[in-house]
Design a protein around this ligand. Structure first.
Ligand code: BES
Ligand code: MN
Ligand code: ZN
Length: 505
């Protein structure tokens, strides 16, 4: 979808659908003064008949029968005006663009979205543009002769139309919103892709493309490179697969960066398929495991948008890509791995592989001289039990970092809840023949996984986002279609954008 700004009266510009926001419990539906009274009354009566009152995320489509230049009016509920937020804009424009698509409208116009004291016009447009981009996402690459036969009616263009005075602000909002939405959609594409296609080597190839497009530095560690790093955990987890592991390191340096520019690390678990290894998963537990690379997908999605958002800090993105398979050479329960920092790990379950690859990723990232680092991982089923699928679990050894991430998640509309790094559970992962073991039993499973990771953060302020379950959605919601969600991209971008603002980072 091509999103643009167009100056002029949206009620006069021709299109196949015009999106107009409606606040709940306001004086009524506000239409442009040029709309004649008769149509105005008809719209009001249709809204009443359909009980459309502007509730957040609801829509009403009204054929305009030539009364305005657009073929249809799409009324988009944004909820109460006093509660206007980026999320209400996202819900409204997500619902409106999917309604436009269902109606077969290809060229869509929209009035400028509303702004408030806490949500300026640029931010409001960014929310609307990102939502339109995310809501109309589809993964059709593997549609064959059956699905291709059904006509595709994607929205081709969305033009925000309004006064010329504000067009520059609107244009800036579109630019950032589209970059964010495209970053989320990239993460979704990677996560939806079958593991036969998206191998660690393929992930590295795509990362190179992202680096080229966005002017990022990139280093890819193959088996030899991993050997030279002593990244034994990466090599061990990847050893059972014909698709060799890769550690991928991308670096964003803002143009004005100097020696005093803070450096931040983002680290993604990228298990391109998780069979569980010899601690093999049952059929039902394995079925979604092509998505076990969603953490890596999220951090790459972030890097794809980083230039457009002009993130003010240096960002090191580290993707730990491996496939957890079975073979005569695969690792076994009982094996011991030495971490890059000398901490030894006893493998009790080959299915607790994510924390192993992240151990190498975190030590490597800490050594880049980052001031803080965040890992993103589909790490534990226990997180799904604790918080449900959608809510992301946050763990951190630093309260300031944790609070900034919670604020970013809130602004991004990605539910997140902090869980404790309970010291008294540390005994559950104490090793018998090595320093620590890679499972701590069922009780507090998401916490003991986080405690395991903490052994590799080298004293750097660190946060861990367990996105297990949040990476997929079984049903479509306002701007998230069924399938991979791209969770984490928006929270991390919000966090990075404001990383420098209070000067404490
Ligand atoms: N990739 C899984 C975690 C997972 C489960 C993600 C469900 C998404 C949905 C991870 O590698 C895993 O298998 N974890 C084990 C750890 C256990 C063996 C300690 C788990 O959660 O069962
Ligand atoms: Mn596993
Ligand atoms: Zn896994």
């Amino acid at each position: 979808m091509n999103i643009i700004v167009e100056t002029g009266d949206p009620y006069v510009i021709g299109s196949e659908a015009l999106i107009v926001p409606v606040f709940q419990q306001d004086k009524g539906i506000e239409l442009d003064p040029i709309v004649d009274d008769e149509f105005r009354l008809q719209v009001a009566s249709l809204a009443e008949d359909s009980r459309f009152v502007g509730k957040r995320g609801t829509t009403l489509i009204i054929p305009s029968l030539g009364r305005i230049a657009a073929k249809r009016l799409i009324l988009a509920g944004v909820g109460e005006s006093g509660e206007l937020s980026a999320e209400s804009i996202r819900r409204a424009w997500g619902a409106a663009t999917t309604a436009a698509r269902s109606a077969g409208a290809k060229r869509v116009t929209s009035v400028y979205p509303p702004a408030s004291e806490t949500l300026d016009l640029t931010a409001s447009v960014a929310a609307a543009a990102s939502s339109a981009t995310m809501a109309t996402y589809r993964f059709t690459e593997h549609f064959g002769s059956v699905k291709v036969a059904s006509p595709r009616n994607d929205v081709e263009s969305l033009a925000f139309a309004g006064s010329a005075d504000l067009a520059a602000m609107v244009g800036r909002g579109i630019e950032t919103g589209v970059a964010v939405g495209a970053g989320v959609n990239l993460a979704r594409d990677l996560s939806n892709q079958p593991a036969s296609v998206l191998t660690p080597v393929e992930m590295a190839r795509i990362a190179k493309k992202v680096a080229e497009d966005s002017g990022l530095e990139i280093r890819v560690f193959d088996e030899e490179g991993l050997e030279a790093l002593s990244a034994e955990a990466m090599l061990t987890v990847g050893r059972g697969s014909k698709n060799p592991p890769r550690m991928i390191h991308l670096i964003w340096r803002p143009d004005e960066a100097d020696d005093s520019t803070p450096q931040i690390g983002i680290v993604g678990k990228c298990i391109t398929f998780d069979t569980g290894g010899y601690s093999i998963k049952p059929t039902d537990g394995m079925v979604d495991m092509k998505g076990d690379m969603a953490g890596g997908a999220a951090v790459l999605g972030v890097m794809s948008a980083i230039r457009a958002l002009d993130v003010p800090v240096i960002v090191h993105c580290v993707i730990c890509a491996a496939e957890n398979m079975i073979s005569g050479d695969a690792f076994r329960p009982g094996d011991v791995i030495t971490g890059m920092n000398g901490v030894t790990m006893e493998v009790l379950s080959t299915d607790a592989e994510g924390r192993l690859v992240l151990a190498d990723g975190l030590v490597y990232t800490a050594r880049q001289g980052v001031r803080e680092m965040i890992d993103v991982a589909t790490l534990t089923g226990a997180k799904v039990v604790a918080l449900g699928s959608q809510t992301v679990a946050l763990f951190s050894n630093d309260d300031s970092l944790a609070n900034r991430l919670l604020n970013a998640a809130d602004a991004a509309g990605e539910p997140m809840w902090r869980l404790p790094l309970s010291e008294h559970l540390e005994s559950q992962i104490e090793g018998e023949v090595a320093d620590i073991k890679n499972t701590g039993g069922r009780a507090g499973g998401a916490i003991t996984a986080a405690l395991f990771l903490q052994h590799f953060c080298e004293g750097v302020p660190w946060a861990h986002l367990d996105i297990a379950g949040s990476n997929r959605s079984n049903k479509a919601t306002a701007y998230t279609p069924k399938g991979a969600t791209g969770v984490g991209v928006r929270t991390l971008l919000e966090y990075l954008e404001s990383a420098n603002s209070d000067g404490t980072v």
